[in-house]
Write a new protein. Structure first.
Length: 498
């Protein structure tokens, strides 16, 4: 009796472990964007001979498409241009200090120049994430440290900065990956990441990004001055108060000009710099979803399958397993080992296929819910039509966990009639007025941006004036909220907008 209980307990533990491994595989595949997903399939097929491709893709037909019709020139020249672009990028970064992660980059279609469209090739070239992962392979890290390192790399934004707080990452690792680490331990791994190329990668702020680059320069009086500016006079630096910096450091005009020239050579977007090593685009973006809006308002979408193969368990392995199982009694020890090997490979192949189907089904359900919740935007492409939507709203529509929705929305893009957008673009908080009306913060920000763009540049509007103008448009928000949204949009104060 006791032996039976032990056997049942071992069987139950083995089953729980198997379920846990399958769930982990599913969550990993769900989180991967299309290019990395294709690489994972290729790796799996290379490692498992029981997994092969088939020309028949009928098994995925029910998830292939969704339709929703609702009511609702020279090296010198290039080098000079690169320096100018980097200088402009630094100016833009300085103006955008304080901006939160809610405002993600938007790649508008049909509005860019031919040169800009050429730079934004949707191809299968290597992204800067992949280049970082290659460098990680040269580091001496434990298995756990390597896992955390890869997690940090996947958490970088397109500029190569880490904007997610370490305590949040610690919580995510503990809850979703069963890795219990302190923020200090994670920061130690982050320091390894920050030693990778290019300098500045993995920084948590613009200031840290620039300082990491200065730290790699040869020691000199000029380098010391650059570090002093970024450490002790960073606020004056961000507001371009060069005269204050000059007086504080006791420099001549010539010395100040040289110092500023060197500071402007620093790159505020190291992730974009990695893109330049494989082309002029900062990252080759392949959409995971393709949404099409018809003139009558009908919206259809499909998953971008690209060159993904349809998978199946190798028939020869399946037949071999069947033969072994039908002759268990007469198997030699060597044949039993072959049986065990074959069964393991067949089970692993089937588990991977099941995880691929789960990924496809989960992505379809999530995108369907987002289209229903943001139907008016997909109809007209007007940012102000985006309604407040958080992860919980999509989770309730789909019946999926919050963590699953978070994984789906991570690092994925959707191609629409109105342009290409990160999936996170469609998520925003709501602002509740005193009367109880809920407004999308993105809608308010769009209105604020329009007001600033239309203002008299000789007499920029104060936050108080912007507050009154928003109220006149039907957005009764407080002045401090206006200041907060203005900073998040990267709009300088009135004095700096002249």
């Amino acid at each position: 009796m006791a032996q039976s209980q032990i056997q049942e307990q071992k069987l139950e533990q083995k089953l729980q472990q198997s379920i846990s491994q399958q769930q982990l595989l599913q969550s990993q595949l769900i989180e991967l964007p299309l290019q990395q997903f294709a690489e994972r399939i290729e790796t799996e097929m290379h490692d498992n001979p029981a997994l092969e491709t088939t020309a028949d893709d009928s098994e995925f037909s029910e998830f292939s498409e969704y339709s929703d019709s609702s009511d609702n020139s020279s090296d010198d020249f290039d080098s000079q241009r690169e320096r100018e672009e980097r200088s402009d990028a630094l100016d833009a970064a300085l103006e955008n200090i304080g901006r939160d992660d809610e405002d993600l980059p938007v790649y508008h279609g049909g509005m860019s120049t031919s040169e800009e469209r050429e730079e934004m090739v949707l191809g299968d070239t290597q992204s800067f994430y992949d280049q970082l992962l290659e460098q990680v392979g040269e580091l001496e890290l434990s298995e756990q440290e390597r896992y955390v390192m890869e997690y940090l790399i996947r958490s970088l934004d397109d500029d190569g900065l880490l904007r997610t707080p370490l305590d949040t990452i610690a919580e995510e690792l503990a809850i979703y990956h069963s890795i219990d680490l302190t923020t200090e331990q994670i920061e130690n791994v982050l320091r390894h990441l920050q030693q990778l190329d290019p300098a500045g990668i993995g920084a948590r702020s613009l200031q840290e990004c620039l300082l990491l680059q200065v730290d790699r320069r040869d020691k000199s009086r000029l380098t010391d001055l650059m570090r002093q500016v970024l450490t002790d006079h960073f606020e004056a630096f961000t507001k371009k108060h060069w005269d204050k910096i000059q007086r504080a450091l006791g420099l001549s005009d010539l010395q100040t000009d040289e110092l500023l020239r060197e500071l402007r050579r620093l790159n505020p977007k190291p992730g974009a710099a990695m893109g330049e090593t494989i082309g002029r685009s900062m990252q080759q973006i392949t959409p995971d979803f393709i949404v099409d809006t018809q003139d009558d308002g009908t919206i259809t979408f499909s998953l971008n399958s690209g060159d993904l193969p349809t998978l199946q368990v190798s028939q020869s392995f399946a037949d071999l397993l069947k033969d072994y199982q039908n002759n268990k009694d007469g198997l030699s020890r060597q044949m039993k080992e072959a049986l065990l090997y074959t069964k393991q490979k067949v089970d692993a192949a089937q588990s991977f296929i099941d995880a691929v189907q789960t990924r496809r089904r989960t992505l379809t359900l999530t995108m369907k819910a987002i289209i229903r919740l943001q139907h008016r935007f997909f109809e007209e492409g007007d940012e102000s039509l985006l309604r407040p939507m958080i992860l919980k709203d999509v989770a309730e529509k789909t019946g999926l966990d919050l963590s699953t929705i978070s994984r789906v929305s991570n690092s994925k893009y959707v191609q629409t009639r109105w342009g290409m957008f990160p999936l996170k673009y469609f998520f925003s908080d709501g602002y509740v007025t005193e009367s109880g009306e809920e407004l999308s913060t993105r809608e308010i920000k769009a209105a604020l941006r329009d007001i600033v763009e239309a203002e008299d540049k000789r007499k920029p509007m104060s936050d108080e004036a912007l507050c009154d103008a928003l109220k006149a448009k039907g957005y009764p928000i407080a002045r401090r909220t206006v200041a907060k949204y203005r900073e998040q949009l990267g709009i300088p104060i009135a004095r700096l907008r002249k």
